[in-house]
Design a binder for this molecule. Structure first.
Ligand code: GLP
Length: 235
């Protein structure tokens, strides 16, 4: 694991954007695993700028997002599909057909989960997975629990995650209580992992990267991944 400590959110974003950009330059038809939240917004800005400058070409890039809220269609401003279109896909020359976010409104969520896992496999797996981290150590929406969930699945969100994410909703009661997410196994299958975290996450990042490996801190499993880069804004 490589731990890169930086001083500001902007530095974190520039580095993360450049690492993802390098992946696209090295393999123009790569599969990027993408994340939502406040942490990657700056990273996506860097990617958009580098695309506008002609440095990056997204025409062959394929993407798979980590997770989605259950019950929110893609045109809902709080859905992760909306977030991705708004922060990245609408501003780069990616073919939207090649962008994937798990479906939050499927009739059969278990079938949707199975299909999403199969889709990732059929694409040849993820070359680079971008991750944020929750204050309780969650990655994607893999909440602290008694085991590491293997594949894409639906989850019940914890109170702490609902509270943390309610800042982005008009009312707390609008926050969905369930989500569909890549499993820990899905994330661990990625060739390379890039985790970005702001200064408010220092404590949980240290615990996850240097503490006990336990499903109570889902991100701690990353200690066992062969190629993880963590960019942390120093407190
Ligand atoms: C959500 C997402 C996670 C993300 C986390 C942290 O719960 N499902 O993928 O890492 O929020 O978000 P933020 O970067 O806004 O702190």
């Amino acid at each position: 694991m490589r731990m890169i400590k930086v001083k500001t959110y902007e530095e974190m974003s520039l580095l993360a954007g450049n690492i993802i950009g390098a992946q696209i330059l090295l393999k123009p038809d790569c599969v990027l695993g993408l994340a939502t939240g406040s942490s990657p917004i700056g990273t996506y800005k860097v990617l958009v700028e580098n695309c506008e400058k002609g440095i990056l070409n997204f025409s062959k890039v394929k993407t798979v997002n980590l997770d989605e809220y259950c019950g929110l269609p893609g045109d809902n401003v709080n859905s992760y599909r909306y977030f991705m279109n708004d922060n990245l896909f609408d501003h780069v020359n990616i073919d939207k057909v090649n962008t994937h976010v798990p479906g939050g409104v499927a009739d059969d969520m278990d079938a949707e989960a199975k299909a999403y896992e199969a889709l990732i496999d059929s694409m040849g797996g993820i070359d680079l997975q971008l991750l944020g981290i929750g204050h309780n150590g969650h990655i994607g929406f893999n909440e602290p629990t008694t085991h590491f969930p293997k594949e894409v699945h639906t989850v019940q969100l914890t109170e702490s995650t609902i509270n943390a994410n309610s800042r982005l909703f008009e009312r707390r009661e609008d926050v969905p209580t369930q989500a569909i997410t890549m499993g820990i196994g899905t994330i661990m299958k990625a060739e390379r992992v890039l985790l970005i975290a702001g200064a408010d996450k220092t404590e949980i990042v240290m615990k996850a990267m240097y503490g006990e490996i336990t499903p109570e801190v889902p991100a701690s499993i990353l200690q066992l991944h062969k190629d993880v880069t963590v960019i942390l804004v120093e407190e």
